[in-house]
Design a protein around this ligand. Structure first.
Ligand code: ADP
Ligand code: MG
Length: 262
């Protein structure tokens, strides 16, 4: 069965897009069929997958509005090894344009339904807000992956996100659960980061992924080449960590769904 995950955190700059593109590339390298859905008007995941956001006639925006269908809008990123439902600045208008629609939080879910079976994993890169776009992501997904930096205020922001996920679970999407918290941009030399990491494990137990993503400049450089870090420099520490994260995700999914093969 296709696994649909949102990568969400209402804070900006916490590593959502880096996690989405690199997890997508890592899963693709491990023979999984992957679709990345860019739900951020900044279009960083689109560009970071090697798709030129300026040159697109249709994007996820037209799909959400019902002016285009997903199958015609999805593009293939050969270098990255996965498909992309791209976004650009058009998407910034979606919040307002969808106001008059019924079931407006389910637009993405309904739009993805015809293509879902083609993929093992669908990863949705959410914008940095608990907005209607993020809500569309949460309604379309089975689970949420939360990237976070181990900083003091990280835990505070987390409770808002966890509450939103609980509300969506209760009212809109009974399938939704937290898949896990991913520690990113980690620097073990910083005592505070170690302390926050320990607190996270105490509080969230096995919801904290074993894989830890280090701060690594190669991951930050990769988007300017239009490539996920995993493809750009697969021997870098950052790429190796995301490769390991992909493996952890596949194993966890197999354990959860009881399948030997996906
Ligand atoms: P978000 O999508 O949550 O806004 P990004 O993934 O765009 O966050 O990351 C914010 C910035 O941090 C980007 O410049 C990105 O290249 C950089 N970055 C993300 N993860 C790492 C990492 N593990 N090591 C170094 N830089 C990182
Ligand atoms: Mg982003």
């Amino acid at each position: 069965m296709t696994q649909i995950f949102c990568v969400a955190n209402q804070k900006g700059g916490v590593g959502k897009t880096t996690t989405t593109v690199n997890l997508a590339a890592s899963l693709a390298a491990q023979k999984q069929r992957v679709l990345l859905v860019d739900l951020d008007p900044q279009g960083n995941a689109t560009m970071g997958s090697g798709v030129d956001k300026q040159s697109l006639t249709n994007t996820v925006y037209q799909v959400l509005l019902g002016e285009a269908v997903a199958s015609d809008t999805i593009v293939r990123s050969e270098e990255a090894g996965y498909d992309v439902l791209p976004a650009n600045r058009d998407l910034a208008g979606a919040e307002v344009d969808l106001v008059g629609f019924e079931r407006r939080e389910r637009r993405l879910r309904e739009a993805l339904a015809p293509v879902t079976k083609k993929y093992d994993f669908i990863l949705i890169d959410c914008p940095p807000a608990l907005s209607l776009l993020t809500l569309n992501g949460l309604c379309a997904a089975h689970g949420v992956v939360i990237p976070m930096q181990c900083e003091y205020f990280a835990l505070e922001g987390l409770s808002d996100l966890v509450n939103t996920i609980k509300q969506v679970h209760a009212n809109l999407n009974r399938d939704l659960k937290i898949i896990g918290l991913l520690r990113v941009m980690f620097d073990p030399r910083i005592t505070l980061q170690q302390q926050v990491s320990e607190q996270l494990k105490q509080h969230f137990g096995d919801k904290v992924f074993n894989t830890v993503i280090p701060r690594n400049v190669r991951l930050a450089e990769a988007p300017s080449y239009g490539l996920p870090g995993v493809v750009f420099d697969r021997n870098s520490r950052g790429a190796q960590a995301y490769t390991q994260f992909g493996t952890e995700m596949i194993k966890q999914t197999q354990a959860r769904t009881g399948t030997g093969a996906l």
